[in-house]
Design a protein around this ligand. Sequence first.
Ligand SMILES: [Cu+2]
Length: 242
Amino acid sequence: MVQKAQPWYEMKSIVIVAIAAVVVVAVGATVFLNQGLLTSVTPAPPPPLGVEKGSIFFTTTEKNITLSPGETKTIKLNLQSVGGFQGGVSFGLRGPIQGAQIKFDPPSAKITNDGDVPVQATISLQSTAKAGDRNVIFTANSKTLSSEAVTGLSILGSDRVTVEIRNYLYIPASVTVKKGTTITWVNLDDVAHTATEDNGEWDSKDLPAQRSWSHTFNDVGVYTYHCTPHPFMLGKVTVING
Ligand SMILES: [Cu+2]
């Protein structure tokens, strides 16, 4: 059998179709690549963060605790999941407390959807802990959420307590002492300051640089005081039975 040769016009149309196909592919590829280049100029959006669902609340009903140096106390906190949060949460403190050690029980917790976890924090004061009033900020942190519970902590002074005057500040600015305690103000600045009770019950008068002044507190009460030449300097002494 002899195969009939294809006519010239059929061959030509095949060639035209093939060329057209190459052109279409080339144009398409160019447009595609250009688009790729154009989109690569604007930065790609960041991958979505692992945002956790809901919220956590770390709270305590203990508003104020008073501890003498060497004493230990356990305070109750509560961790709550709200709005469907579930996951791991760890506990800590914002800022260290000099002379104190804090332990959490449990140190971390797994909380379920809308659940509660009771947490205990045990504060142990060294016998050398310095008297002064401050806030303790307990923190609860999951991967992306955090909550804080705040308690006032008074490290109680007895017998003799020193308040430094430094950089135009009373340090500690607030102090709680037992009745009968003598407080000594020491001026470590190179300008004169005073410790002047707001109602004039006691007054150091001008205290030159590097000098000190003492007062014994025999009456229970709250005494606020200031510096006469620098009225923005404020302090507080709380005297309790003990
Ligand atoms: Cu002053």
